[in-house]
Design a binder for this molecule. Structure first.
Ligand code: BEZ
Length: 211
């Protein structure tokens, strides 16, 4: 059965350009963004992997580790990484899994044969420190992902976990948040000293607690 939100993600050990990677050991107490791409030496993927590398300070700020995956070999990854670094003035230092036997792709349902035969589509999995799946998105091969959106979701998930607020439509870091429904308004007023605005009993806003 396909992975669903809230599931404990399956562990694996797979080769990469950095040697074998065990997911759980690699993750430790961090959040993980695991993302697949169709193939090495392809244009859209080249831009994506460079961008993920350039965003390293943003991942670190949020305690996130990134892992990419395609069904190419570790040797192919090494050659391609030189190109990415050269073209995009960066240094890709996160693992790119070499899933030639499709072990991880099959485990995580990253191959969608009616869209792209035998290659992985652009899957994204956000995994929390308890190894629970918190988000999955699937993009087609021809559309490069917006990693600012992935960062935005991580910010939202961490606000919910650490501060018990949710985030409304089009929310951006620094904007007002929504008090989760499980907290009664009077309790919310005590919990959120910056104030609670009650629009309806079920719709309460508060300034972002960690700003
Ligand atoms: C790309 O990364 O550019 C790409 C890969 C597979 C299909 C289409 C585009």
């Amino acid at each position: 059965m396909a992975l669903q939100l809230g599931d404990t993600v399956p562990d694996f050990t797979q080769d990469s350009q950095l040697g074998p990677i065990n997911l759980y050991d690699f993750a430790g107490d961090s959040w993980v963004v695991l993302f697949s791409h169709p193939a090495d030496y392809t244009p859209v993927c080249t831009t994506e992997l460079g961008e993920v590398s350039r965003l390293r300070p943003e991942w670190e700020k949020r305690n996130v580790k990134t892992i990419a995956l395609s069904v190419d070999s570790a040797e192919s990854h090494k050659g391609w990484i030189s190109d990415i670094n050269d073209i995009q003035q960066t240094s890709v230092d996160y693992p790119i899994l070499a899933d030639a036997d499709k072990k991880v792709s099959d485990l995580y349902g990253m191959i969608h044969p009616n869209s792209l035969n035998n290659l992985t589509v652009r899957s994204v999995f956000i995994i929390d420190p308890n190894k629970k799946l918190r988000l999955q998105i699937t993009y087609p091969a021809s559309t490069g992902r917006n990693f600012q959106e992935i960062l935005r979701v991580i910010d939202s998930l961490q606000l919910t976990d650490y501060h018990q607020v949710a985030t409304p439509v089009n929310w951006k870091d620094g904007e007002d948040c929504v008090v989760v429904p499980s907290i009664p308004t009077e309790e919310a007023r005590a919990k959120f000293p910056k104030g609670v605005t009650e629009v309806r009993p079920y719709l309460r806003f508060t300034p972002q607690p960690n700003k």
